[in-house]
Design a protein around this ligand. Structure first.
Ligand code: 5AD
Ligand code: SF4
Length: 435
């Protein structure tokens, strides 16, 4: 049977969200429509994440739950990084899967659907450079804050990480394609664009780097805000740092993962920076943009991590005073060098360290939020809040801010930040001039 309705569930990173949007547009162009809430779709695409074991296992438990009470099931496409990592093996693990499609093969989805409707179980985990982007239809929908992938893949080979294997080698989309897509997103309502890449600051085309791209995008009329994520410390160029001080539309927020504060562990992780060189970058960035909000990623319990190593990570958190940070227990991933390293850390120790790290991060997050109370700023309104008349917007520092306003999603409103919690802020809207 040819499917008529579909549902896409994306897990993991923002790039998966972006890929999910593009696949939806592709299916739309094939005449399929999104299933209404509560309706049973004919096709389910699980857009999966392989970064940690828990995320990968979730894909299989979700598949099991797609079987209907009468024993029938929708067409099931396993997409994303689990599909890439497992390939045909996925079909053996779950007989319910009809299609296995890796992140670089989405452009073949329509063909694969036709094959699956004829009873085949196609697998495509090829990695042809960038052809998927050419196959996607032009953008016709955008949220107030829209994602735009400019770079994919990773050549850094941190010893814990699957990304070089699931997303392939570092590759940059061409300048012209990105500008065209950005224009289209703004035309259909985006006020902010978040440039995405596994190593977004490694983006380059000819001799132009991310800083040049940001300066060009800043000229788009109607685009008010630009962000980018995720950056690697090794690619934090002087030009990009300077852009933070000079381009008004570039928001004062930088996600710059450090992973650990211990040089011994950073070395075993094959990170190309030390605690000191990372802190030197942070100083430079703050020199260019003193109010910048910094965020980071941390892994606790990497093989061989001692209590001293872990305490160096806590000192890193104190030294940077992160405005936000994400922390994870080390998860051994198949095929990565760290998975076979000696001295894997017991779960109880990881649990304890994660708790202590998160408590420390929360202190800094709350302190950052409190430091903004009383500040006049602007919010990009993104969606309605829980209460009547309440909307939720983002501050320039990416804080989630609740505000009473009749301004719709996509509006930019002037507020004073009036209260701070650990995860969100309250704002009071300034009187708006009568229209
Ligand atoms: N175990 C735990 N966390 C990991 N990350 C990447 N690989 C692993 C792993 N094997 C974390 C890193 C990275 C974030 C996206 O996920 O902190 O920056
Ligand atoms: Fe998960 Fe990494 Fe794949 Fe994103 S790129 S979905 S974080 S494994």
């Amino acid at each position: 049977m040819t499917p008529k309705t579909f549902k896409i569930k994306s897990f993991g990173c923002q790039m998966n969200v972006y890929d999910g949007e593009r696949m939806a547009e592709l299916l739309d162009a094939q005449g399929l429509s999104p299933a209404a809430d509560g309706d049973d779709p004919d096709l389910v695409v699980l857009n999966t994440c392989h970064i940690r074991e828990k995320a990968a296992e979730k894909a299989y438990s979700d598949i099991g739950r797609l079987r209907r009470e009468d024993g029938s099931k929708p067409l099931i496409a396993l997409a994303g990084c689990v599909a890439q990592a497992e390939g045909a093996e996925a079909k053996r693990r779950s007989p319910l899967i009809d299609i296995v499609v890796g992140p670089q093969a989405y452009h073949r989805l329509p063909e694969m659907l036709a094959e699956a409707s004829r009873g085949a179980r196609p697998v495509d985990t090829d990695m042809p450079a960038l052809s998927k982007f050419d196959a996607f239809p032009a953008r016709r929908r955008a949220a107030p804050s829209a994602f735009l992938t400019v770079q994919e893949g990773c050549d850094k080979f941190c010893t814990y990480c699957v990304v070089p294997y699931t997303r392939g080698a570092e590759i940059s989309r061409p300048w012209h394609d990105i500008v065209t897509e950005a224009d289209a997103l703004v035309d259909c309502g985006a006020r902010e664009i978040v440039l995405l890449g596994q190593n977004v600051n490694a983006w380059s085309d000819d001799r132009r780097g991310l800083a040049d791209l940001i300066r060009a995008l800043a000229k788009i009329h109607g685009l008010e805000r630009i962000r980018y994520t995720t950056s690697h410390p090794a690619d934090m160029t002087d030009a990009l740092i300077a852009a933070h001080g000079e381009v008004d539309k570039l928001m004062p927020y930088l996600h710059l993962p450090v992973q650990s504060g211990s040089n011994r562990i950073l070395k075993a992780m094959n990170r190309s920076h030390s605690a000191e060189t990372y802190l030197a970058i942070v100083d430079k960035v703050r020199g260019a943009r003193p109010d910048i909000a910094l965020s980071g990623d941390f892994i606790v319990g990497f093989p061989g991590e001692s209590e001293d190593d872990f305490e160096a990570t806590l000192r890193m958190v104190d030294a940077v005073r992160y405005a936000a940070a994400y922390s994870f227990k080390y998860s051994p991933r198949p095929g990565t060098p760290a998975a076979s390293m000696e001295d894997q850390i017991p779960r109880e120790i990881m649990d304890d360290r994660l708790q202590r790290l998160q408590a420390r991060i929360n202190e800094h997050q709350l302190a950052f939020n409190r430091s903004k109370v009383g500040v006049d700023t602007k919010l990009l309104i993104e969606r309605s809040g829980r209460h009547e008349g309440q909307m939720i917007g983002r501050s320039p520092w990416l804080q989630s801010v609740h505000v009473e306003t009749d301004a719709p999603a996509g509006a930019i409103v002037a507020v004073t930040l009036v209260a701070a919690g650990p995860n969100s802020m309250a704002g009071a809207e300034h009187q708006r001039a009568a229209a």
